[in-house]
Design a protein around this ligand. Structure first.
Ligand SMILES: Cc1cc2nc3c(=O)[nH]c(=O)nc-3n(C[C@H](O)[C@H](O)[C@H](O)COP(=O)(O)O)c2cc1C
Length: 206
């Protein structure tokens, strides 16, 4: 039974998690990294398959390798889109700066073999989707446990747009399908709360 004060505190805790994009240079202690990863594994997953896999990157040269690999994909895609060179250069500089400045980078992957077999393509796709949903649950749990440790973090979608490059840069197993990554560290900013749509706009009661 959760007391009323604890309930109020938990709502407050959940509502005060913010996406943090600027960090102090302080490293995240190894024991804290282990604790937040462990807590992330308590997320729910379809059939309790626990398809999440984590690639933990703290080494500067590995972060740079990852950023450069992702940028190669970004450059190829933006060039194909006929984006101006200045725009491409800015995006690449921002991607490399943000990745290398984040004290802790955790690439979130789905282990693609961790699915319940199904007899047809529709149900197989539903199983894959459930695997992705499960990884996302672990990702949120990771961000919340980081928040509990006084850390800030942001979910970053880039690996989803450069899965092969991400896998190659970090030498990940072929069955690890990159879904995203989180940047984590001690916050160097206090961003305002991005607005929320009112419940009346996003909810139907039937
Ligand atoms: C699936 C997903 C992808 C996201 N990708 C990025 C990203 O690539 N870069 C970034 O800075 N923030 C990214 N975010 C963070 C969102 O911008 C952020 O959650 C949103 O603006 C609400 O702010 P809040 O997290 O502080 O409540 C992503 C969030 C989610 C859930």
């Amino acid at each position: 039974m959760v007391g009323r004060q604890l309930t109020a505190d938990l709502h407050d805790f959940l509502r005060t998690r913010r996406s943090i994009r600027r960090f102090t240079p302080d490293p995240v202690p190894a024991a804290v990294i282990e604790r937040i990863l462990e807590t992330a594994t308590y997320a729910p997953s379809a059939h309790n398959k626990q398809p999440w896999r984590f690639a933990v990157v703290t080494d500067l040269s590995a972060k740079a390798r990852l950023a450069e690999a992702i940028c190669a994909r970004f450059r190829a895609d933006m060039t194909a889109d006929a984006a101006p060179e200045e725009e491409i250069a800015n995006r690449i500089a921002r991607t490399i700066r943000r990745t290398t400045e984040a004290p802790l980078v955790i690439v979130l992957c789905r282990e693609v073999t961790q699915v319940r077999p199904q007899p047809d393509i529709v149900r197989q796709q539903a199983e894959s989707t459930m695997g992705m949903q499960s990884v996302a649950m672990a990702g949120l749990q990771l961000l919340l446990s980081a928040h509990a440790e006084g850390l800030g973090g942001t979910w970053i979608c880039w690996p989803l747009f450069a899965p092969q490059e991400t896998r190659a840069a970090l030498d990940l197993p072929a069955e690890w399908e990159p879904q995203g990554m989180v940047f984590i560290g001690y916050s160097a900013e206090e961003p305002p709360i991005p607005g929320r749509k009112p419940l009346s706009e996003i909810t139907l009661f039937r």
